[in-house]
Design a protein around this ligand. Structure first.
Ligand code: ARG
Ligand code: GLU
Length: 721
């Protein structure tokens, strides 16, 4: 086996040695060849750069898709079969579930295409083309008046430029195609993406949560891991293979590319790479932003979500209907909560402030030698802004976590003016139209996944915490009522607004709709509450926005300085939900003194963790039977054990969930689904000795589909060897 350690790579630039570890980085495909290809081949990659990414011909990247809005997926059959994570399919599986058929608990397998379930709202997006449009954007920015100074980062401005560039005819002729320009390196470079979006995506299969979410929140963000975190969907298209909304006449998509699947696995130190859509990273933070993240953003999130989740879980454990309703909300809340804890742990334990400070100081020194005062000035500006926005930022995070997101009825509809105008007028048709529109809004709010009792309980906890921390003068104006009318009694206040509001229950709403009056609307307590919270949100956003222009321009200059100092080659742009590749090796790690975690887990570990009395670690009987019989088919390791998950040094983040993990020949060997605890801080700073992607072994996926679910027909579609 190859023993080369392409670990420390010294790049000589501008009089400085820069260390770049080969495993760090989320590389842009068009820059891969110039930036990283040699290192990848030295690690064992057998492909050419154009096999992975070709600007005009088919390449591996064509089999990678955005799944929904925040995940990645991969095409694995000529009939549009897509693999992603169970947690990425989770809210869709939940939508399909009820007490009568609970696919979250029991799993779901379509045995024929007719049984595959449509999911209105779910999309799958292919990236058709990627172009460097830096010169085009810069030339427009020079000509355009820009009062805010923010055009260079504005999605609206940039996407308009993208549409101008292709012209309206192109977009009209190509169904489901959209174009987008995104800034990279803080706005020092621009790429345009041509995307094709399919909107008929059906659920094909999902294991029960006891496999797909095994270990749940306790194991989340942890290695060693034993979760079969995958689900199966299929893309449908019209007869011409074009995107089309759901229709019975749609047919499975015949995609340009699909991955071959390898059941051979890989060994420690073997090459592995991942292609996907990482969401956001903060590699170019200064030391002050690191502290701000820890002391404001994360600290508020940790405190508030802990309280909110406790209240939510209590209701969920009491009532199975609420458990289904709130399953997805709970999971996404705890996920970011635990991430914040892990990030703060890493910031402190691994001295991230110091790491970033050293980088700043290096740039200052270098700038002085080369007489480039703009870079030290940018650093000073960033320090000044972080300090100046401190209080506003704290209030903003408190408002968001505790109220805007914390209390569901804080987002009750508040733009009632058209309805009020219509009710005040004489035009019957206009009235009916507005009432109908209002009903849709309210139904959306009082939806299938809303439990007023749960929201009420959470609201009491949230309001108490918020009011004990934020001074009265800085709270939404309507909160004065709590003191005036209810003598500060929050419980009474919350109960009263639920009792009296149109939005408080379906009964109240139906009564209102029978005899709608302007007075009832204008006095509605939940409306007044929600409006007040939303007004405060607006005011805080506006106040914080006054820092944005200076911040954006200082950040732009800071990154520019680092790029100049290090040379472009050594740096990858922060993640921004665009297609990236990260590579590394399968590898275990030492989490602490005298301890070592191996890189592969097996079914033995599932059985070790089994706890029939803890919902997080229940093992389904059928899996135990297969285990006892050693009925693993062709999917087991050489020593007879059944592989479950493995760890690799690839640099991934949120959004990489569902990403294909490939061997040195570009064959699918796993699906990324998580990161280890010691690596959660990697969004700010990658640490090669500690950070690992957590990947479900494709052999476990195939075993579950084949032996557990008996969905053999799916395997026949795939290219498995
Ligand atoms: N931590 C993983 C990611 O960030 C998995 C989350 C899903 N699981 C959960 N228990 N919430 O998305
Ligand atoms: N679970 C994450 C996701 O949904 C990936 C884990 C990470 O942040 O690295 O994208």
């Amino acid at each position: 086996m190859l023993k080369i350690r392409v670990f420390l790579l010294f790049v000589f630039v501008g009089g400085l040695f820069v260390q770049t570890r080969a495993d760090e980085g989320m590389w842009l495909l068009p820059l891969l060849k110039q930036q990283r290809f040699a290192e990848m081949q030295a690690l064992g990659l057998k492909l050419q750069d154009y096999d992975i990414y070709h600007p005009d011909n088919s390449s591996l990247k064509d089999a990678v898709v955005v799944f929904g809005s925040g995940c990645t997926g991969e095409v694995v059959s000529p009939n549009g079969l897509v693999l992603t994570n169970h947690h990425c399919g989770y809210s869709w599986i939940q939508q399909q579930s009820s007490l009568a058929h609970d696919y979250l608990t029991d799993g779901f397998w379509a045995m024929t295409k007719a049984q595959e379930l449509p999911n209105p709202g779910l999309t799958v997006t292919f990236i058709e083309k990627i172009e460097d449009v830096t010169d085009y954007v810069l030339s427009h920015l020079k000509q355009d008046p820009d009062s805010t100074g923010m055009n260079f980062l504005s999605p609206r401005y940039l996407n308009n430029l993208a549409r101008e560039k292709t012209g309206p005819a192109f977009l009209q002729e190509h169904i489901g195609v959209e174009v987008e320009i995104k800034p990279f390196y803080g706005g020092n470079q621009y790429f345009m993406f041509t995307k094709k979006i399919y909107s008929d995506v059906r659920l094909v299969g999902a294991p029960p949560s006891s496999i797909g979410k095994f270990g749940a929140d306790t194991d989340n963000w942890m290695w060693p891991r034993h979760t079969g975190d995958f689900s199966v969907f299929r893309i449908y298209a019209d007869a011409n293979g074009n995107p089309a909304p759901y229709s019975e006449t749609n047919v499975p998509l015949h995609p340009k590319r699909w991955f071959k699947i390898s059941t051979q696995g890989i060994e420690d130190d073997d090459f592995a790479m991942m292609i996907g859509f990482p969401g956001r990273t903060y590699k170019y933070y200064t030391s002050w932003e690191v502290a701000e993240r820890r002391d404001i953003d994360n600290a508020v999130r940790i405190n508030i979500r802990n309280l909110r989740q406790e209240a939510m879980l209590e209701e969920m454990l009491k009532d199975p209907a609420v458990r289904i309703q709130y399953a997805s909300k709970y999971a996404s809340s705890t996920n970011a909560y635990k991430n914040a804890i892990g990030t703060n742990w890493a910031i402190n334990k691994r001295n991230f402030e110091q790491v970033k400070r050293e980088e700043q100081e290096k740039l200052i020194l270098w700038s002085k030698q080369l007489d480039k005062p703009e870079y030290p000035k940018a650093i000073q500006t960033l320090e000044r802004i972080v300090s100046a926005r401190k209080d506003l930022r704290f209030r903003s995070w408190m408002l968001d976590e505790a109220l805007s997101r914390g209390i569901e009825f804080a987002s009750a509809p508040v733009t009632l003016k058209p309805l009020i105008d219509a009710l005040n007028g004489k035009d019957k048709a206009a009235q009916e139209k507005e009432i109908h529109f209002f009903s849709t809004l309210v139904n959306h709010f009082l939806n299938k996944n809303y439990s007023p009792e749960t929201d009420m309980k959470i609201a009491k906890v949230m309001l108490k915490e918020y009011r004990s921390i934020i001074p009265a003068a800085s709270q939404p104006a309507y909160f004065a009522q709590i003191d005036k009318q209810y003598k500060g009694d929050i419980d009474r206040f919350v109960e009263a607004i639920f009792k009296h509001s149109i939005f408080g229950s379906e009964t109240n709403f139906n009564a209102f709709i029978k005899h709608p009056t302007v007075k009832a609307l204008e006095k509605d307590p939940m409306f007044l509450f929600a409006k007040s919270v939303q007004d405060e949100r607006k005011a805080l956003t506006e106040a914080l926005n006054t820092f944005d222009t200076d911040y954006a321009s200082a950040h732009h200059d800071y990154v520019k300085g680092l790029l100049e100092m290090y040379g472009d080659r050594a740096n990858f742009p922060d993640a921004n939900s665009t297609l990236r590749l990260t590579y590394g090796q399968k590898k275990g790690y030492a989490p602490r003194d005298a301890d070592y975690y191996q890189s592969q887990t097996t079914l033995e570990g599932v059985m070790e963790k089994e706890d029939p009395n803890n919902w997080e670690f229940v093992v389904p009987q059928r899996l135990k039977d297969l285990y006892d019989a050693r009925d693993f088919g062709p999917y087991c390791l050489k020593d007879g054990r059944m592989p479950v998950a493995f760890a690799a040094t690839t640099h991934s983040t949120g959004g990489n969930s569902g990403s294909p993990v490939l061997n040195n020949k570009g064959e699918l060997i796993g699906i990324n689904f998580d990161r280890n605890w010691e690596g959660v801080g990697g969004d700010l700073q990658y640490l090669p000795d500690y950070q690992r992607s957590i990947i479900v072994d494709i052999r476990y996926v195939l075993f579950i589909i084949d032996k557990y679910a008996g969905a053999v027909h799916l395997l026949e579609e795939m290219d498995v060897k």
